[in-house]
Design a protein around this ligand. Structure first.
Ligand SMILES: [Zn+2]
Length: 279
């Protein structure tokens, strides 16, 4: 029999259960992620915009189908300033956050505003491809339009909200290890467990992750490459790659599965995409 008191308890229990469920999904905790890169929860199983969106990233970038543009260069503010960096394994990727009193920004290069750097993360096996070629590593520098939105979260899904910079890392025939990648690899074991964080012992400049030449880049409007796959993201992908040694590629590939993952490029249906190549 349901009495007022037991009905109240039932409602309270339901609310508590709902609260735990919401908290769980918000932090990606629980006994497994709702999404991942395995067969049962990988990109082919992602729902919503990930499945139905018309402008889903990543894509295969090709010079031959890009519209050539020759505008002002990209400008980076405070990317050259040494900052304390925290590495984190968030269960999906290796994420770097920079502690700076003034936040680094990306502007110019045809972008409609200056965008603030929120975080940098990596995909082990590049997500974008260049003329069909996949590189061993791709870094994503995630920026948001700070003049219009208070936070990265508030900017997600807005037409003018997010600008992401993609940088490819390419296996080089020269044996020299890339210094900054070495620095990351050196500490990666400390964050092999999901949720683990490590504050790097020496400061780092965000521009250290760039190739020498940043003059040429692809620009198109696409999406986030992880659920909810929100569209409206302004992508800038540098054409030049950063060389890394074969030993570094080997080390990258030996790290845990959950941070060795990517969404495959959309190579079949690029109709509707406007891809520009700045040069
Ligand atoms: Zn990414």
């Amino acid at each position: 029999m349901i009495t007022p008191s037991s009905a109240g308890k039932t409602t309270l229990l339901a609310l508590v259960t709902l609260f735990i469920a919401v908290l769980d999904s918000a932090v990606g905790g629980g006994d497994g992620h709702e999404w991942g890169y395995d067969d049962h929860n990988g990109p082919k199983k992602w729902a919503g915009t990930c499945k139905s969106g018309l402008f889903q990233s990543p894509i295969d970038l090709k010079q031959s189908i890009s519209h050539l543009r020759n505008f002002e260069p990209l400008v980076f503010f405070l990317y050259d300033k040494p900052a304390n960096v925290t590495m984190k394994n968030n269960g999906h990727t290796l994420k770097l956050t920079f502690e700076q009193s003034c936040v680094a920004q990306m502007a110019g290069g045809g972008l409609p505003a200056a965008f603030s750097l929120a975080q940098i993360h990596f995909h082990w096996g590049s997500e974008h491809t260049l003329n069909g070629r996949r590189y061993p590593l791709e870094a994503h520098f995630v920026h948001y339009n700070h003049k219009r939105y208070d936070s990265l979260g508030a900017a997600v899904g807005k037409e003018d909200g997010l600008a992401v910079l993609g940088v490819f890392y390419e296996e080089s025939s020269e044996e020299a290890d890339n210094g900054i990648v070495d620095k990351l690899l050196e500490h990666l074991a400390r964050v092999s467990d999901e949720g683990a964080e490590f504050k790097m012992t020496s400061k780092m400049r965000a521009e250290e992750l760039f190739p020498e030449d940043i003059d040429k880049f692809f620009r198109y409007r696409g999406s986030l490459t992880t659920p909810e796959c929100n569209e409206g993201v302004l992508w800038t992908v540098l054409e030049k790659t950063v060389p890394i040694s074969s030993a570094q590629v080997y080390m990258i590939k030996s790290f845990p599965r959950q941070i060795f993952a990517c969404k495959s490029s959309n190579t079949t249906s690029l109709s509707g995409f406007e891809v520009y190549l700045w040069q």
